[in-house]
Design a protein around this ligand. Structure first.
Ligand SMILES: NC(=O)c1ccc[n+]([C@@H]2O[C@H](COP(=O)([O-])OP(=O)(O)OC[C@H]3O[C@@H](n4cnc5c(N)ncnc54)[C@H](OP(=O)(O)O)[C@@H]3O)[C@@H](O)[C@H]2O)c1
Length: 304
């Protein structure tokens, strides 16, 4: 006889990670039931809607993937960014505390200033340099205060075939700009949304089996690269599907020569040993995941 499925409420369900969670559960796990609520059905800044959603669904876990993630826009739309990334998390944490629901929350390499070239561990203090990073760090601090049964999973350079991300913006830029400029003094690891969804579900399953391992963890794809290296890999994959990329060349530039509204960390490297030692979850290489994400951007070729 099988037990009841684990019921997980997911916020921000139309984003990269929200969609990836739904795909993972659909393909691999009848042991999990997702209640996937997009922004249109649950606005996490609305305290009463959050309370109602918890009361109505009474999930075993909540995974918050909702967020205001436009790092440059955050500098000019600070109020909105803080409302979603910090106050939204406060609403969720308070409701989870009231209904005794543990919460898993995604955070970011942007909570650090990026000066540690050898990488950041979970013990390092946050030192955000912009509005987005500060909102993510303050949300973490709130969650640690308000809800002891939480998991904060920091990740970096998320990509998938949907939504807004570096893979899609690089492909769009490459069709307008040749040579394609790519920053070569920022280092980090790309992470596919499907991979982080795998990690979140594996963590939930272990918590459900009794693992008492609440706290903060890091996860990113295996293999550190630069944004230039990542861009090169993206274009190489695109060439397999679209001949317009055959002529695209890349030009390495320094961050200083590629100004953006928000300052970005030069090192986004997250040391992921704690997740391995606690849950036995290994980093997977991002290149095969990139290959799959780019393939999905192109319609299937008819058999010849
Ligand atoms: N993307 C990255 O490179 C990256 C790196 C590290 C960590 N993270 C973190 O990982 C998490 C998931 O990232 P992602 O890339 O999957 O994000 P995403 O694709 O931007 O998805 C976020 C979703 O949240 C929705 N949303 C915005 N405001 C909301 C609100 N008030 N209530 C409910 N939903 C709302 C968005 O809707 P709209 O699109 O309509 O606004 C979107 O569907 C975020 O917390 C992010 O900070 C991301």
């Amino acid at each position: 006889m099988f037990g009841q499925p684990i019921r997980i409420l997911v916020t921000g369900a139309e984003g990269q990670v929200g969609q990836a969670l739904q795909e993972r559960v659909a393909e691999q796990s009848s042991a999990i039931e997702l209640i996937a609520l997009p922004y249109s059905r649950l606005d996490i800044t609305d305290t009463q809607s959050v309370q109602r959603a918890l009361a109505e669904h009474l999930p075993d876990y909540l995974i918050n993937t909702a967020g205001f993630n436009d790092v440059d826009k955050a500098e000019t739309e600070q109020e909105r960014c803080v409302a979603v990334n910090r106050e939204g998390v406060r609403n969720l944490a308070e409701a989870c505390a009231e209904f005794n629901v543990p919460m898993l929350h995604l955070s970011s390499d942007y909570v650090f200033d990026g000066h540690y070239a050898s990488g950041y561990t979970e013990q390092d203090d946050g030192a955000p340099t912009g509005v987005y990073g500060a909102s993510k760090w303050e949300a973490e601090e709130l969650l640690r205060q308000l809800l002891p049964r939480h998991i904060i999973l920091r990740t970096s350079w998320l990509f998938s075939e949907c939504c807004t991300n570096y893979v899609r913006s690089t492909l769009a830029r490459a069709l307008q700009q040749n040579p394609l400029l790519a920053v070569d003094d920022r280092r980090g690891s790309p992470t596919s949304a499907l991979d982080i969804a795998r990690v979140l579900l594996a963590v939930v399953q272990q918590l459900h089996n009794g693992a008492d391992a609440w706290g903060t963890y890091h996860y990113s794809g295996a293999e550190i690269s630069t944004l230039y290296g990542f861009s090169e890999a993206i274009i190489e994959e695109a060439r397999q599907h679209d001949e317009r990329f055959a002529e695209v060349t890349l030009k390495a530039v320094a961050s200083a020569d590629y100004p953006t509204v928000a300052q970005r960390p030069s090192s986004s490297i997250l040391v992921c040993r704690k997740l391995l030692h606690t849950f036995g979850i290994r980093q997977r290489p991002w290149r095969p995941e990139l290959s799959e994400a780019v393939r999905r951007l192109y319609p299937a070729q008819p058999d010849s």
